[in-house]
Design a protein around this ligand. Structure first.
Ligand code: HEM
Length: 461
């Protein structure tokens, strides 16, 4: 594994044998040249869809001097993310995410990552998260009391605010109170310029220039860091004990000698990974339900039958199977984490192909989940694709909204619990109707956000 200071791309390229490489087929153009010639940035999802349509299971191209492969078959994803995972790091592919997340669990590698994951794991154990169910339901129930029949809301904003409050209160045992608005606004500002931050070359230098729109990113990131710094300081002052993640991180800081910045990066990472993704998943679910009356009615029938009008609890989850299948189907069509990337440390074999060290490997859940080979009639919203029988018959690895292998989402069980409880609590009282004048566009930023939010009308059931 490279050290934190080593340049992994350069180091990996130096390890390339130059021997018998066998590159997969591909467009044969240098993407960077083509982008510069056309003077427009590539829409990443259209780009991946294009590669999948033209080259099938695997495609190769170059970006400048860098080799890139795009994987479009579960057998290749399983090879990279599970079987050969030790040969792949997130460094470099996550360089831009680092500007936002620092050196948290999502962007780190090797021993640093293992340590972070070990320290955080107890906070995500099933027993620990079960204790958070009532708080999640309490917050969702408070939101449903605020809505009135016929009102219009940006459901994306509502889900973000709810999700942020939930993460603060549960994973970090902190009532974020008014910080929720500060954090939400900071995130919106960051996302406004995130595409530019991800795509522009030399971004670290550009961010230093005053009075450009990119400074918005720097200001928003500072607001985010300040707010997180405040609630860490408060937690420390309260000398809290317990099983929440922040207590564990602060304990680890003492034994591992972590800096305050390191702790802050862990917290920012889990907040963003934990609320942005679930809020988006719920937003897409409300939208899809509004377009699929049959599934909506079946979900309502289940919720009414299982709960009989009372609020849901952790123990109801095994009975809320259809509600969970609705969630699973929304995660298939609109996976909040829409792509994953890795960098190969050493030359490697994928099926009949041999690729050099330093290759960037990309895969997209969005493309894979809409592949008719694995999900017939892929654009149809059909929760029945997620019955236990259908799951057992499915090609292994074709459905991967939470990734796969040792870097699979640590918060997956929490996310299922939160989403099903929130859906059940809100759908007991309300159905949401999409404002058809609003064009629905999925924007592949840090997550797959609905462009311009999701305006919907609240209608009493
Ligand atoms: C619907 C909700 C969610 C989705 C779709 C999602 C998706 C993902 C995916 C795909 C990865 C792996 C990325 C990769 O391998 O490159 C990941 C990692 C991660 N997720 Fe989630 N996630 C969700 C919710 C959560 C929640 C609720 C938390 C925490 C409270 C969380 C925390 C994390 C962390 C810390 C990692 C990094 C794990 C590691 O690298 O070891 N996520 N997530």
């Amino acid at each position: 594994m490279p050290s934190e200071t080593e340049n992994p791309v350069k180091a990996a390229q130096e390890r390339t044998s130059g021997g018998d490489l066998r590159l997969p087929p591909g467009p044969g153009v240098n993407l960077l040249m083509s982008v510069l010639r056309q003077k427009k940035w590539v829409d990443p999802i259209a780009h991946f869809a294009n590669l999948a349509a033209n080259f099938g299971d695997i495609a190769h191209y170059k970006l400048g001097s860098r080799h890139i492969v795009f994987l479009n078959h579960p057998k290749y994803l399983r090879e990279v993310f599970i079987v050969q995972h030790a040969n792949f790091v997130k460094e470099r592919t996550q360089q831009r995410a680092k500007l936002l997340l620092g050196k948290g669990m999502i962007t780190s590698d090797g021993i640093v990552h293992r340590q972070q994951r070990q320290v955080s794991a107890p906070a995500f154990h099933r027993q620990t998260i079960a204790a958070h169910a009532d708080e999640i339901v309490r917050r969702a129930a408070a939101l449903r009391e605020q809505w009135n029949d016929g009102e219009k809301h940006d459901v994306h904003l509502e889900m973000m605010t709810l999700g942020l409050g939930i993460i603060g209160a549960t994973v970090f045992s902190t009532d974020l109170g008014e910080e929720v608005d500060t954090l939400n606004r900071a995130m919106a500002d960051i996302m406004d310029v995130y595409n530019a931050v991800v795509l522009l070359p030399g971004i670290r230098l550009l961010l230093q220039i005053p009075f450009t729109p990119l400074r918005k990113f720097v200001h928003a990131r500072k607001k985010l860091h300040d707010a997180v710094g405040r609630f860490i300081a408060e937690h420390r002052r309260a000398n809290a004990t317990g099983t929440d993640l922040l207590t564990m991180l602060l304990e680890a800081q003492k034994t591992q000698g972590w800096s305050d910045e390191h702790v802050r990066d862990q917290v920012v990472t889990v907040i963003l990974a934990g609320y942005e993704t679930t809020a988006i998943a719920l937003t897409w679910t409300w939208y899809l339900l509004s377009q699929n009356a049959g599934a909506e009615a079946a979900m309502h029938e289940e919720i009414d039958r299982v709960l009989g009008g009372r609020l849901p609890s952790y123990d109801d989850l095994p009975q809320l199977r259809y509600t969970e299948m609705v969630m699973a189907e929304a995660l298939r069509l609109y996976p909040p984490a829409w792509a994953m990337g890795r960098l190969a440390l050493n030359e490697f074999q994928l099926g009949e192909y041999r690729l050099p060290a330093g290759t960037t490997v990309l895969a997209s859940q969005y493309i894979l989940h809409r592949d008719a080979r694995f999900f017939p009639d892929p654009l149809r919203f059909d929760p029945e694709r997620h019955t236990p029988e259908a799951k057992a018959a499915r090609t292994k690895g074709a459905y991967c909204p939470f990734g796969m292998g040792p870097r699979q989402c640590i918060g997956e069980a929490f996310a299922w619990m939160e989403c099903v409880l929130v859906l059940a609590t809100l759908a007991q009282r309300w159905r949401l109707r999409h404002d058809e004048r609003h064009a629905v566009v999925a924007e592949p930023l840090f997550t797959l956000r609905p462009k311009d939010g999701m305006p919907m009308m609240v209608v009493a059931r």
